[in-house]
Design a protein around this ligand. Structure first.
Ligand code: GLY
Length: 330
């Protein structure tokens, strides 16, 4: 055995006392030896990721499937009327309508997505139903609502008093100027590696506050707001969806990991593409926030964003903690 590799394996083994390592784990899909794996692990965007991770961990820690964990996890902020950027309680568009975007992806590259969905508190579960019960991968607007109702999801008013008040205040100027890290404290994206060594991810949001009616961000777009490749890793994004879509952000992060980059390096490279394009396009980087989080098949994670203020929640065998992401604009 190469001595550096032996040293790495020895030190990793020594550090494994409190961690669920799986030496020489065999990948479910590739049947290749992939080295030491830290699992299960779940990572999600922003501080509401802590509660979301708790729900995901309840499943992962009992040998549950990553797909079930990420769905259960992101349903927590979706159901919280005090969260102004996801699901029930989300800020409306400029017409006062709460329109939700979500997508989900499993270890077999099954995908499901909904965009501009109204009246349904849990778009992530509708996205999963699209994935599992239709021949399609994405439903939008009235069609998504029609499908959700046909599946028994209840129709509910999602515009809570506080969000309606903010919208009425906004109408006085009607200026679309998203504030970085406030109106952009948006999406919950969650990615997880389960005890079977399989990856899944989920992403859900009410989108940018006071957006044009019909606007769709990155969060329901597979490859932009979320991507999972069970041989390599997974990534999810938060922030200005237009910028994430421009670089097919999460697919890029996963492809960079495929090329050998660590999750941290991959997130940094994706952010640097946005930085470069922003300059080329003559836009002001200070007006933009995008953050990526990534997890590889070995359970290593990374995160990076354009400007300070983005944090993420990491839950592994050592516990559930909030971490400030490193950032570009210092
Ligand atoms: N990242 C969420 C959105 O742009 O809608």
């Amino acid at each position: 055995m190469h001595s550096n590799r032996r040293k790495f394996l020895q030190s990793a083994t020594m550090a494994s006392v409190a961690l669920a390592f799986d030496p020489f784990c065999v990948s479910a899909t590739t049947k290749e030896t992939v080295g030491i794996v830290r699992k299960p692990v779940v990572i999600s965007t922003w501080s509401f990721g802590i509660q979301a991770n708790d729900a995901a961990w309840a499943i992962l820690s009992k040998d549950g499937r990553a797909l079930d964990a990420v769905e259960a996890g992101v349903r927590v902020p979706e159901a919280d009327p005090n969260e102004r950027s996801v699901g029930y309680g989300g800020r409306p568009d400029r017409d006062g309508r709460v329109t939700l975007d979500a997508c989900i992806m499993d270890e077999w590259s099954n995908i499901g997505s909904v965009a501009c969905l109204e009246y349904i508190k849990h778009p992530i579960s509708v996205a999963r139903a699209v994935m599992e019960k239709t021949p399609h991968v994405m439903l939008v607007g009235d069609g998504a609502l029609q499908f959700a109702l046909s599946q028994g999801f209840p129709k509910e008013n999602l515009l809570v008093e506080a969000s309606e008040k903010e919208w009425k205040e906004w109408l006085k100027t009607s200026k679309y100027e998203p504030v970085v890290n406030i109106e952009n404290h948006d999406t919950i994206g969650m990615i997880a590696l389960d005890n079977q060594g399989n990856l899944s991810g989920a992403c859900t949001t009410s989108g940018m506050a006071f957006k044009m009616h019909g606007r769709v961000g990155d969060s329901p777009i597979i490859g932009a707001g979320l991507y999972v490749d069970n041989e390599i890793g997974a990534a999810t994004a938060t922030g200005h969806g237009e910028e994430v879509i421009r670089i097919a952000g999460c697919h890029l992060v996963v492809e960079l990991m495929r090329q050998g980059k660590t999750p941290q390096q991959a997130c940094e490279e994706a952010v640097s593409r946005i930085v470069k394009l922003t300059k080329i396009r003559g836009k002001n980087l200070k007006d933009i926030q995008v953050g990526f989080i990534a997890l590889n098949k070995q359970g290593e994670h990374g995160a990076y964003c354009i400007q300070g203020g983005f944090n993420y929640a990491l839950n592994d065998a050592t516990g559930n903690k909030l971490i400030d992401a490193d950032y570009f604009l210092k």
